[in-house]
Design a protein around this ligand. Structure first.
Ligand SMILES: Nc1ncnc2c1ncn2[C@@H]1O[C@H](COP(=O)(O)OP(=O)(O)OP(=O)(O)O)[C@@H](O)[C@H]1O
Length: 635
């Protein structure tokens, strides 16, 4: 007899021997199995084996099954509970590279010596590009150096080698009574595209119920950063990074490059009286006037343009004054950066924090000057001329003028950002770029005057020992006046030399003020001779260039004329042929209707064809057809 089990499956008769136990729990389980139809399933799966299992084995299997089920259910339940309440037990945070807070956290973690027990390092030579704050001091050899020379060697090694811990493993540390776990450089699924670096991140997990702890940690990290960056100039540069997994989106740029320069005292910048003070006053006033700008409805931003001959200190002041004394950070880029376009420039500018300075050096180099543009328009052949040997071709940029203007005017440019540009050729800049509102202050740098020569001399040759002692105590104090400074300055011609040139000369006479004074006149004569020679060379180069352009222009004009004439001749020939065909057709029709005389057209007897022939001949006579063409091609 067979009965139907659950789901309509046929079951085996109840008399199947191994399902026939009625004793205790086993009996219960066996009966449960019977009810669930398991016996029949086992029987159908293992026909012929039914007799091989004892009822005890079956009940044990079922017990095992039920045990497994309850363990799995319990696991899933706890998993659910954990998932449901986990976020309340800890706080996670991610700090992506390129953002200023990444730097704060990096320095904070370095200060906390989080990675000090690392046993996995990358060793790098120290450069200004080396990321700061992430290096560790590893254990030094216990034996003292045997000699002074060895001690010096060890010291030099110490100063030039960076031990960068590799950050694969998560690190747990205690901070303010909380357990914090950090992991740097999250693993990526795919390597970054060539020419880019993978963006790094720091991930942190803080085991606490208090959300405010994270805010506190960031605050403390910033304090470390501010303390550490004092007396240093931080310059950020754009780098390409691939974001997320897989290849980077085109033009992905982030402020990942960091250069740290030592802070240079403000008074080491020698400028004519009043210039520095007026810049400082303007910048300080801007920084403290946010509310005023808002109330006046004026976008809160400021633009500065530093212009003048090369080597007059335009770049130096940015580091000393804005980044150093005013504590602002520089975000510097070149418009000719590979892959930079309007969109990526905009997105890079958007990522500059409030009161960050966007600095574009040599802004004139990115766009052709109007003069150049006019020349190109008038003479397109000029672009095909070979570049000067040894001189790199002019940089190109994918950034357009309107893209740059948009960045300066954009929605984010009213958030307390400062725009700065330097140029050696202010006249080449588009008027739209330097109009008030985009550039609010233009600072001209001139060639050195006597006053600057005195200041530079004083800085190089600090006065007698008694005074020097006091100066050495505070390097930010202006150096005392040197007794030879005025005499030195009296030899310096006004507005002829750059401060960089003077600095170069004084460097050669380091610590020998008298030698510097004695040699200055001779050096100036040499400088003049060199300048004259340089100018001569430049004149010659320009003359050659002009000649080459002239030739190219003539060749182009000849080619254009030849093409035009050739085209007209073709047109006239075509018109003439057509006319002849029409006349022939007309003649045939006339013959057919009047006479049977065969067609005989004499073009010379008709006036119109004659005129046409003359016209063609006239034009062809003037056309420098084959000869001219061969001339052009030989050009
Ligand atoms: N006015 C100055 N005061 C102090 N140092 C100066 C001054 N001008 C130039 N120098 C020195 O000359 C060098 C070149 O200066 P800097 O790079 O600022 O010139 P620049 O005008 O920006 O030149 P370029 O236009 O070629 O970039 C620096 O080492 C700097 O110390």
């Amino acid at each position: 007899m067979s009965v139907l089990g659950p789901a309509g499956l046929p079951t085996f008769p109840i008399s199947v021997p191994f399902l026939n136990s009625n004793r205790g729990i086993n009996g219960l389980l066996v009966n449960a199995a019977k009810f669930l139809g398991l016996g029949s399933i086992l029987q159908s799966l293992l026909p012929g084996l039914g007799g091989a299992f004892s009822s005890e084995q079956i009940s044990n299997s079922i017990k095992l099954f039920l045990l497994g089920t309850s363990i799995e259910s319990g696991r899933r339940f706890w998993q659910w509970v954990f998932r449901r309440f986990k976020p309340k037990l800890y706080i996670t945070a991610i700090f992506p590279e390129g953002d200023p807070i990444y730097e704060w956290i990096t320095i904070f973690l370095a200060e906390k010596k989080v990675w000090h027990h690392s046993r996995d390092y990358t060793i790098r030579y120290k450069t200004s590009n080396t990321q700061w704050g992430v290096t560790v001091d590893i254990e030094k050899p216990p034996e003292p150096p045997n000699s002074d020379a060895e001690a010096k060697e060890l010291e030099e090694l110490e100063e030039s080698v960076n031990f960068l811990p590799n950050y694969g493993a998560p690190q747990l540390f205690r901070w303010n009574g909380y357990w914090v776990e950090v992991i740097k450089d999250m693993p990526r699924l795919a390597p970054p595209a060539p020419g880019t670096t993978a963006p790094r991140t720091i991930g942190s997990v803080m085991y606490t119920l208090k959300q405010s702890a994270l805010r506190q940690l960031i605050r403390e990290a910033k304090q470390y950063y501010v303390a550490k960056s004092k007396q240093r100039v931080i310059v950020r540069t754009l780098g390409s990074t691939s974001v997320g997994y897989g290849p980077p989106a085109p033009g992905t740029q982030a402020w990942t490059g960091i250069k740290i320069k030592p802070y240079r005292p403000l008074d080491s910048i020698v400028l004519p009286k009043g210039v520095l003070d007026s810049i400082i006053a303007d910048a300080r006033d801007f920084i403290s006037s946010e509310e005023w700008y808002t109330q006046a409805g004026i976008p809160y931003r400021r633009g500065y343009l530093f212009y003048g001959p090369p080597g007059t200190g335009k770049s130096e002041i940015l580091g000393c004054l804005f980044a150093g004394a005013l504590g602002l950070e520089l975000y510097t880029l070149s418009l000719s950066t590979n892959g930079l376009n309007d969109a990526s420039l905009q997105s890079a500018a958007d990522r500059i924090p409030k009161r960050g300075i966007l600095l574009i050096e040599d802004i004139d180099c990115a766009f052709p000057s109007r003069e150049d543009e006019d020349e190109l328009l008038a003479n397109p052949m000029a672009v095909t001329l070979p570049p000067r040997p040894g001189v790199p071709p002019p940089p190109r940029t994918s950034v357009t003028m309107s893209g740059l203007l948009n960045v300066l005017d954009g929605v984010n440019s009213d958030s307390g950002k400062i725009f700065m540009a330097t140029t050696n050729y202010v006249d080449r800049l588009d008027g739209a770029l330097i109009r008030p509102g985009r550039i609010d202050m233009k600072i001209e740098y001139k060639l050195a005057n006597k006053e600057q020569a005195v200041a530079l001399f004083n800085r190089f040759f600090v006065a007698p020992d008694a005074v020097r002692g006091s100066h050495d105590k505070n390097p930010h104090e202006p150096p005392p006046h040197h007794e030879l400074a005025d005499e030195f300055a009296s030899h310096i011609p006004e507005d002829e030399l750059t401060v960089a040139e003077l600095q170069g000369y004084l460097l050669a006479c380091k610590r020998r003020p008298q030698v510097a004074l004695d040699g200055i006149s001779e050096w100036i004569v040499k400088e003049r001779e060199e300048r004259i020679a340089r100018e001569e060379r430049e004149k010659k180069r320009k003359a050659l260039l002009a000649e080459a352009r002239q030739k190219a222009q003539e060749a182009m004009a000849q080619r254009t004329l030849a093409n035009a004439v050739g085209l007209s001749a073709l047109r006239i020939n075509a018109a003439q042929t057509k006319k002849k065909e029409e006349e022939a057709k007309d003649a045939t029709t006339t013959t057919n209707t009047t006479t049977t005389t065969p067609l005989k057209v004499d073009a010379s007897t008709t006036t119109e064809p004659k005129a046409l022939t003359n016209g063609v001949q006239l034009i062809t006579a003037e056309t420098p057809s084959t000869d001219t063409k061969s001339d052009c091609s030989s050009d």
